[in-house]
Write a protein that binds this ligand. Structure first.
Ligand code: ATP
Ligand code: MG
Length: 315
C-alpha cells in the first residue's frame, strides 16, 4: 500500500478583511508531484488563499502544512520550500531580465547564481532578450520572467496565481508547457485560474472555489461525470425550437436552454441511455426540422455553472 504525501494540506483556513470573509474554511489536499487547479470566479478568494498558503498573509484560523512544515509555526521553513508567482507581475522593469533573476538568486543565496540564471533564461526562451530592460518585454515574456524568478531556488511547491490571464494563446501555451515540465520534474504546482480550459489541461485535481471555500473537488473527468453530457440541437426555424425543447426536456429531465438567435436548444443529461442515435430518432419522430444534433462532454464552464446552480438551489 502506498501512502499519499501531501505537499499542501490545509484545514479550515480562515481570513477576513474587515467584514469581508475572503477565505472561510478552506480545506485543500494537494498530493506531492501533482498539479492542483483552484478554479473560481472573481472574488472567490483564490488570491487570498494563495497569499495565506505562501505565508504572505497570516490566517485568522485553521491550519496548513506546506511541504511538511507548519504554515504558522514554521513560516521561514515553508518559504524555503516554495516559489510564488503573483497575479500581478513582480519583476522590476528598469532591470534587465538577467539582472532581475540575479537579484532573486542573491536574495535567496542560491549557489552558482550565474549558471542557474543562465539556465532559466534559456529554458524560458529569454536568452536573447536577457540583457534588455524588462520594461521592453511583451506581456508573455514578463510572465515567463516572473515564472523563472519563482524557480530560481528550485521550489518543491510552486504557487501560480492566474499565470496566463491576459496572455495570447501562444504565450499561454508556453506557460502551460512550463507547468507540465515542472510537474514532470516532480514539482507540486498549485495554480489559480478563471480559465476552465486551463484547469482541464493542466490539473490532476480541480478545486472549485466559491465564497472562500472549496465547493467541489475532483479530477476534471470526475467533475464532468457529475453532470454528464450536453445535448444540443440546431433547428431550422423558431417553431421547431419549441418542439425540440419539449423532446429534450422529456429525454433529459433537465430544463433546456434555448437560444432563439442561433436556433439552438440544449440540455444537460446524466442518463447514459440518451445517445446521439436516440436523440436523432426521437427528434425525427417528433417531426422537428433538424439541422444538427450533438452530444458532447460538458466543458468545465458547464460544470461550474451546473454545480454552482445546484448549490444555490440547495440553500
Ligand atoms: N487586502 C484586502 N482588503 C480588503 N478586502 C480584500 C483584500 N484582499 C481581498 N479582499 C476581498 O476578499 C475577497 C476575495 O478576494 P481575492 O482577491 O482573494 O479573490 P480572487 O478569487 O483572487 O479574485 P480574482 O479572480 O478577481 O483575482 C474579495 O471580496 C476581495 O474584495
Ligand atoms: Mg485573484
Amino acid at each position: 500500500m502506498t501512502t499519499t504525501t501531501y505537499a499542501v494540506l490545509s484545514e479550515g483556513l480562515e481570513k477576513s478583511f474587515g467584514k469581508v470573509r475572503a477565505v472561510r474554511g478552506l480545506d485543500l489536499a494537494v498530493a506531492e508531484g501533482t498539479v492542483c487547479g483552484l478554479l473560481g470566479p472573481n472574488g472567490a478568494g483564490k488570491t487570498t488563499a494563495v497569499r495565506l498558503l505562501t505565508t504572505l498573509l497570516r490566517p485568522d484560523g485553521g491550519s496548513a502544512r506546506i511541504a511538511g512544515h507548519d504554515l504558522v509555526r514554521e513560516p521561514a521553513a515553508v518559504r524555503r520550500r516554495i516559489g510564488v508567482t503573483g497575479q500581478y507581475a513582480s519583476v522590476d522593469g528598469d532591470l534587465t531580465g538577467r539582472e532581475n533573476l540575479r537579484l532573486f538568486a542573491r536574495l535567496h543565496r542560491v549557489r552558482g547564481p550565474a549558471a542557474r540564471v543562465g539556465e532559466l533564461l534559456d529554458r524560458f526562451g529569454l536568452s536573447e532578450a536577457a540583457d534588455r530592460p524588462a520594461s521592453t518585454y511583451s506581456g508573455g515574456m514578463r510572465r515567463r520572467l516572473d515564472l523563472a524568478a519563482s524557480l530560481v531556488e528550485r521550489p518543491d511547491v510552486l504557487f501560480l496565481d492566474e499565470p496566463t490571464t491576459g496572455l495570447d494563446p501562444a504565450a499561454r501555451n508556453q506557460i502551460w508547457a512550463a507547468v507540465r515540465g515542472l510537474k514532470d520534474e516532480g514539482t507540486t504546482v498549485l495554480l489559480t485560474t478563471q480559465y476552465l480550459e486551463e484547469a482541464d489541461q493542466l490539473a490532476d485535481e480541480i478545486a472549485l472555489v466559491e465564497h472562500g471555500r472549496v465547493a467541489h473537488s475532483g479530477s476534471p473527468d470526475q467533475l464532468k461525470a457529475l453532470i454528464g453530457s450536453y445535448a444540443e440541437v440546431v433547428v431550422a426555424d423558431a417553431d421547431a425550437l419549441v418542439g425540440a425543447a419539449g423532446i429534450l426536456d422529456q429525454l433529459t429531465g433537465s430544463e433546456p436552454v434555448l437560444d432563439r438567435d442561433r436556433l439552438t436548444a440544449g440540455a444537460v443529461t446524466t442518463d447514459p441511455t440518451v445517445t446521439l442515435p436516440r436523440l436523432v430518432r426521437e427528434l425525427d419522430a417528433g417531426g422537428v426540422a433538424l439541422l444538427d444534433v450533438s452530444l458532447r462532454p460538458p466543458t468545465l464552464d458547464d460544470v461550474f455553472l451546473r454545480l454552482t446552480e445546484r448549490k444555490e438551489l440547495a440553500v
